[in-house]
Design a protein around this ligand. Structure first.
Ligand SMILES: OC[C@H]1O[C@](O)(CO)[C@@H](O)[C@@H]1O
Length: 303
């Protein structure tokens, strides 16, 4: 990172996840912002909430966490987003993402030119493009961004394969999980016997410099050009997997923007993902020093 004013931008959905036991702030880009902020990195959340009670409460919560809401727009027509989240018997989350909410209408504003072009990294997913308005804003922002980090994060039924191809083409770094890798292969009509060949094909086809592949209990792989780095999963007692990919990506970003070694970047990602999986929800309360202690205790290894 260059100077003390450096920051990253997380673009897309900010929302309330409604779980049987209560509501929690969420949305993949927001979850990433939360953990990157914990790591002491300035982060701007670019999103939109409704001019309603839920929106006020959400922004207040975000502010209380010390994260700026300056770039969260106010929508007088569309409501703040809610998602009905459920955890199944395997501790996996499923989401019913209510349609036509404020973040479907994120506007491109003149102030975004500087905001995006001066950011160290610009983080985006695929869900926020489900509506034309936000999709076009994202495409405009991508023209300005320096380091574009795409967390594929498929959220059915909102998967537009043609647009996903565009987003893959524009990315410098892509994060996918195993099932997303398979889905991308399916819609490109390709078949591969090994995971490595499959990712390398995607790198080539979409000209992506770096791909990071998460594999749950099988660990993760980081593809940098032609090199591949592998990390084992960190054994923890899983409380739930809500936002585990988001915390993994935050760990990744917090080292990647400092140009640390691929091994260190991957270890940080795997460790933070595991640390958050051992807690309840995507944005649990924790001190960064607790995570550092945890990371020291696990002796993670990368090859
Ligand atoms: O962003 C869509 C959904 O995915 C999550 O971010 C978890 O990764 C949830 O908080 C949200 O409801």
């Amino acid at each position: 990172m260059k100077d003390k004013n450096a920051y990253i931008v997380c673009f897309g959905e900010v929302l309330w996840d409604i779980f049987p036991e209560g509501s929690r702030a969420g949305g993949a880009p927001f979850n990433v912002a939360y953990h990157v902020h914990k790591a002491g990195i300035d982060v701007k959340v670019l999103s939109r909430t409704g001019n309603d009670e839920l929106g006020g409460e959400l922004k207040q919560k975000i502010k209380n966490w010390g994260i700026s809401t300056d770039f969260i727009q106010n929508d007088n027509i569309h409501p703040t987003s809610i998602v009905i989240a459920k955890i199944d018997e395997h501790n996996e989350a499923t989401y019913e993402i209510i349609d036509n909410v404020a973040w479907d209408h994120i506007e491109y504003l003149p102030e975004h030119n500087d905001l995006i072009s001066n950011a160290e990294a610009f983080v985006y997913g695929s869900l926020s493009s489900r509506n034309e308005k936000t999709k076009n804003t994202l495409l405009q922002l991508l023209e300005k961004a320096q380091l574009k980090i795409f967390d594929v994060n498929f959220r059915p039924p909102f998967i537009d394969t043609e647009h996903i191809e565009t987003l893959l083409h524009k990315a410098d770094i892509v994060k996918i999980n195993k099932s997303e890798l398979q889905q991308i292969l399916d819609f490109t009509g390709e078949k591969y016997t090994t995971e490595e060949e499959a990712v390398q094909y995607i790198q080539k086809r979409f000209q992506i410099k770096e791909v990071v592949l998460t594999k749950g209990s099988e660990g993760a792989k980081y593809f940098v050009g032609e090199k591949v780095y592998t990390a084992d999963a960190v054994p923890v007692t899983v409380v739930d997997t809500v936002g585990s990919g988001d915390s993994f990506l935050s760990g990744f970003i917090s080292k990647r923007i400092y140009d640390e070694s691929p091994e260190e970047i991957l270890q940080q990602a795997v460790a933070l993902g595991a640390f958050i999986t051992s807690k309840s929800g995507a944005c649990p309360e924790y001190e960064y020093s607790d995570f550092q202690e945890f990371k020291k205790s696990i002796n993670a290894s990368t090859t």
